[in-house]
Design a protein around this ligand. Sequence first.
Ligand SMILES: *Cc1c(COP(=O)(O)O)cnc(C)c1O
Length: 360
Amino acid sequence: MKESFSLNALLRDNIKNLVPYSSARDEFKGEASILLDANENAFGSPYSRNYNRYPDPLQHQLKDKLFQIKGVPSSHIFLGNGSDEAIDILFRAFCEPGKDNVILVPPTYGMYEVSANINNVGYKKVNLTRDYQLDLDGIAAAIDAHTKLIFICSPNNPTGNSIRRQDIETILVNFDGIVVIDEAYINFSKQASFTKDLAEFPNLVVLQTLSKAWGLAALRLGMAFASPDIIAVFNKIKPPYNINQATQEIVLEALQGVEQVNEWIKSIVVERDKLTQDLSLIAEVDYVTPSDANFILVKLEEPRALYTYLVEQGIIVRDRSKVELCEGCLRFTVGTPAENSRLLRAVQAFYVDVNSANNA
Ligand SMILES: *Cc1c(COP(=O)(O)O)cnc(C)c1O
């Protein structure tokens, strides 16, 4: 159990003193038969289902269902309009613009830096090591009195590997700010989720999302797991009705499909490992980073020309070849078996063409 942590010392003063917006449905709890409090249209909606009433601001039903699936009680759950909302709220809660800073460990997810810039919060970059692990000494040296957040993505995007658990724990124990662990890809990994460790670390925020393994990217549902005190801060800052009723209904129904999702995860992991093997056999492929996610980072020859060639074939991948520590790399999301074999054949065909052009 971590002792040296004070949430109050970390919060911005305006957030500490904030009186949150109180919605009509916050104040009244119980069964009402006539709702004349929120200026809604009592006649209904011009649609086959009624959406004329404001939704539950705290999404109780959804959180109960997530408790069943993830074993994390509702009081430890915040739901946002994608993980991006949770990331933005972290900045607004803890980082005084123009004064505080956060630590980023690139190459990693780009949204942390964008969100820092939107909020006019400084960041210090401490690159991952060559094997895409944390530079603990570098991070320790970068922390100063104004460092409020450290973002760690594990499994990491765009590299695909998991960050060593021991190293993350070292930071959780020694850093008195908030440690954010982004587990967007945890379903594809054999690593245990840090949601199991919330009781031990009061400075821990775990991010997950329904956008990847759960196949619900279009609904925009991100999750943050943390102590009830931190969750209360999130709830104070968020727009009152940040998860719309349609999303709440559809997600509640979709969460019944956990068996289907687990089947897909198994297939994706099999396909990922097969694609890794098959690509490694191509002479022009230098290296495939072992992945714990649903994508692979591949270092190969002429990445930009290959990228353009794939686009011409109607295959869109992510060009990371100019990103520091990912030089020469493309990132391939694992698709269906048919999509993956088309990708593989296109990559093979590209290098056959290049080689015959060079030999002509
Ligand atoms: C895709 C991704 C997310 C998901 O964001 P949403 O806003 O929930 O769709 C979060 N973090 C990382 C690292 C990602 O790659």
